[in-house]
Design a binder for this molecule. Structure first.
Ligand code: GLP
Length: 235
């Protein structure tokens, strides 16, 4: 296998592992651009980073995705999440998140992909959805996909709407980096905590690329670290 499987006892321990990887890359002057993810999985990671003295003032960020129609001031937007958990506490050189309120969404996707490819991701952090999606690349998304408008599946709408505040209805579409966008990063770090992620991680460990489980595309990447608290799993 190309990937490294790290099992930890708690999400906090996993977050510490990610922190150490990021620290090492920064110290070796190999981290200039980092791809970031949202979701509960990332909260302990961002806590580690904000409580540290690591200096990100030379680092540019690109987030994976954003809901269509939600602005940065909306508490349910990913831009708001990033501000709350990371950007308000740590200065970065520049932060990028797809603009879900852009008038021309296709043009926004093209602009975002161009910016991404001009910058080149050194590291991409990833979580995983219960149906195996990475970013919002839902089952069936092709390997050559770049940043695009995605329709969310009923499964994703059900899972993610639990976190929606103020009785707001979850948007049915999102802007997301594609599989090829993600695969262009030099290093991938995927985190999966809790039993709900077991089917996706088991699918990954089967070792076969299956477009119905988009997490499995990362099997084709040369530098992947998977961190999970499903301690009974073996690579
Ligand atoms: C969303 C995001 C994914 C994320 C997933 C898991 O669907 N688009 O990037 O990996 O949620 O979220 P959580 O970490 O809350 O389980």
């Amino acid at each position: 296998e190309n990937y490294k499987l790290i099992t930890v006892n708690t999400p906090e321990e996993g977050a510490k592992y990610v922190y150490n990887m990021i620290k090492e890359e920064l110290e070796q002057n190999r981290l200039h651009v980092i791809g970031l993810a949202t979701g509960s999985t990332m909260i302990p990671v961002y806590k580690e980073l904000t409580e540290s003295d690591l200096d990100f003032s030379g680092v540019t960020t690109f987030n994976l995705d954003e809901y269509v129609g939600l602005s940065a001031s909306n508490p349910n937007s990913y831009a708001y999440f990033m501000k709350e958990h990371l950007f308000s506490k740590k200065p970065f050189k520049e932060t990028n998140i797809p603009n879900g309120t852009a008038e021309d969404l296709e043009a926004e996707c093209a602009r975002y992909e161009d910016a991404l490819q001009a910058s080149k991701l050194d590291i991409q952090l990833l979580g995983v959805g219960e149906n195996g999606h990475i970013a919002f690349n839902e089952p069936g998304t092709p390997a050559d996909s770049v940043t695009h408008v995605a329709s969310l599946t009923d499964s994703t709408l059900g899972v993610n709407s639990q976190y929606f505040e103020n009785d707001e209805k979850i948007p049915e579409t999102a802007l997301t980096m594609g599989i090829a966008s993600i695969m262009s990063a030099k290093k991938l770090i995927l985190l999966a905590f809790g039993e709900k992620k077991r089917p996706a991680i088991e699918k990954l460990l089967e070792g076969k690329v299956d477009s119905e489980w988009t997490i499995t595309y990362i099997l084709n990447h040369p530098d992947v670290t998977v961190i999970t608290d499903l301690t009974d799993l073996k690579a």
